[in-house]
Design a protein around this ligand. Structure first.
Ligand SMILES: O=C(O)CCC(=O)C(=O)O
Ligand SMILES: [Fe+2]
Length: 197
């Protein structure tokens, strides 16, 4: 068992921790390849301000209570957890006292793939949700901005094998995004564990 590095972000109205070494790099690489080849990735159309586009990344939903997850006019229905996803879920649950029901996966194929400004504040997540986010493969920047205090912004690099935990009032007060980049970069997989009520 290696010693986890826990970095608590010092941001008002938020409770965010970053654990760069949640998985060791070799283990993260194995899980990345397994998920890239076995997950049923799809590209759904999203509707933003009345216009419909293909979502700029691939996604998939897994879960253990059959409950759908709806965001940006998409409703996703979960497939049962795979063994790899269940092992990651149990690893996170050993750190935080939450039983996650659902995992949303994102595959960013290159720098053109992205995830626009949003908060994970859908009704089915309840109040003050715990969102646990694992990053595999290509590191990408994660941007945060406060909803009301526009001077408050933060950037952090999400590294291979890292875990980001967002909880408390974070989703209420802050938006986050994965911006596009013009650099030539590789693929990244992100898993976000959630409780869907
Ligand atoms: O890819 C990431 O790190 C963020 C994903 C995200 O914010 C989401 O799926 O809600
Ligand atoms: Fe999110």
């Amino acid at each position: 068992m290696h010693k986890l590095i826990v970095q608590n972000l010092d941001l008002p109205d938020a409770d965010i921790s970053y654990i760069p070494n949640f998985l060791d790099p070799a283990q993260a690489g194995d899980i990345f390849r397994e998920l890239r080849d076995s997950v049923s990735w799809r590209q759904d159309p999203i509707t933003v301000f009345g216009k419909t586009y293909p979502q700029p990344r691939l996604t998939a939903l897994y879960g253990n209570n059959g409950k759908p997850y709806a965001y940006s006019n998409i409703t996703m229905h979960p497939e049962p957890f795979t063994p790899e996803i269940r092992i990651l879920k149990e690893g996170i649950e050993a750190l935080c006292a939450v039983s996650f029901t659902t995992c949303l996966l994102n595959l960013y194929r290159d720098g053109r793939d992205s995830n626009g400004w949003h908060a994970d504040n859908e009704k089915e997540l309840g109040r003050n949700p715990v969102i646990a986010s694992i990053s595999l493969g290509q590191e990408r920047f994660f941007h945060l901005k406060h909803r009301n205090r526009t001077e408050l912004r933060h950037k952090l690099l999400l590294e291979n094998g890292s875990l980001l935990l967002m909880q408390g009032p974070t989703q209420h007060h802050w938006l986050h995004q994965i911006p596009k980049t013009a650099r030539t970069i590789g693929e990244r997989i992100n898993l976000t564990f959630r409780v869907i009520k």
